[in-house]
Design a protein around this ligand. Structure first.
Ligand code: ZN
Length: 231
């Protein structure tokens, strides 16, 4: 990638998007990277605080875009107070989607991100979605992202490229990448827990998946070190 190309990172404040932010800074040069965060009515506002703090730590400009439609649609554990997130990590035999799936979320996020990028002459959009070792969300899969990229190019007559550096990485490999790109300090302020707890609850699916990745990589989780959490 040329060092003059500009990149927009979809930054949720979580582990994966934080790693992608630092990956993009390495690939495109920090001065060419900006971050976009969506306030979609997520129950856990601490996620937005994490994203703001991490963007500031990275020294990149950040825009927060409000989208209240997902909360209005409802029916999932990330926007509805009365739906509890499923507990525990999933296994490969688990085919039903978890109730933390927000239908259409990544499709909408990336469409808005591409529109935001288009108006600013940015041709590279980076997202931390991964189809490996994840919760089985269909909008995190390679075929979905490729189809969406094509739709965005056709629909906006643009040359936007969707970058998914974590797509085929295990969580342990993502941890090693975070080390390589210098994201560990920022990861101490990232947010993962589906229950919105700081220190993290340690038993929701997101906490378990995160813990497994750091354990397999043989690296202490800087968030755990900072907060004294149980994961
Ligand atoms: Zn948790």
């Amino acid at each position: 990638m040329t060092k003059s190309a500009k990149a927009l990172v979809v930054l949720s404040g979580g582990q994966d998007s934080t790693t992608c932010l630092y990956w993009a800074m390495r690939e495109f040069g920090a001065a060419n990277v900006s971050a976009l965060t969506f306030d979609y009515g997520q129950r856990h506002r601490t996620e937005l605080d994490s994203a703001r703090r991490i963007a500031a730590m990275a020294g990149v400009s950040q825009t927060v875009l409000p989208i209240d439609t997902f909360a209005a649609i409802g029916g999932n554990a990330l926007t509805d107070d009365d739906i509890a997130p499923e507990q525990g990590a999933r296994d490969d035999a688990d085919t039903a989607l978890p109730n933390t799936f927000v239908p259409g979320r990544n499709l909408v996020f990336l469409t808005f991100a591409a529109a935001f990028a288009y108006t600013r002459g940015i041709e590279h959009v980076v997202t931390g979605v991964a189809q490996t070792d994840y919760s089985g969300y269909p909008d995190c899969r390679e075929n979905t992202l490729k189809a969406l990229e094509l739709s965005l190019r056709l629909g906006m007559d643009s040359r936007v490229t969707l970058h998914t550096p974590l797509m085929f990485m295990s969580k342990a490999e993502t941890v090693r990448l975070a080390q390589d790109v210098g994201a560990m300090e920022a990861l101490a302020y990232s947010h993962t827990c589906y229950n919105g707890q700081v220190p993290p609850c340690g038993h929701c699916a997101a906490c378990e998946l995160r813990a497994r990745g750091f354990a397999e990589a043989g690296v202490p989780d800087p968030l755990q070190v900072r907060t004294g959490g149980r994961i």
